[in-house]
Write a new protein. Structure first.
Length: 74
C-alpha cells in the first residue's frame, strides 16, 4: 500500500499492485484496474517513487525459491 493525499487533504492508502496508470493532468490521477480513479495532491514523480519504494520493499523480503535445493542425484 502507498499513502497519498486526496485534494481535500485526507490521506488514503492505495494498493500499489492495482495501479494501472498515473496521469499528470494539472492534477495527478491514479487509475486502478478495478476502474476506480483517485485525484491526489502528490505529483506524478512522487507517486512513482512511492510505488518503486513499495515494490523494492515487498520483493526484497520475498524468499527466493531454489527448485533444486535439497535435491540429491541418485
Amino acid at each position: 500500500m502507498i499513502i497519498v493525499k486526496k485534494l481535500n487533504g485526507i490521506e488514503i492508502a492505495i494498493n500499489a499492485e492495482l495501479i494501472e496508470t498515473v496521469e499528470s493532468t494539472p492534477d495527478t490521477v491514479i487509475n486502478l484496474v478495478t476502474g476506480n480513479r483517485f485525484v491526489v495532491r502528490d505529483s506524478l514523480s512522487d507517486v512513482i517513487n512511492k510505488i518503486t519504494e513499495y515494490k523494492k520493499k515487498v520483493y526484497s523480503e520475498k524468499a527466493i525459491i531454489n527448485p533444486i535445493e535439497g535435491y540429491e542425484k541418485k
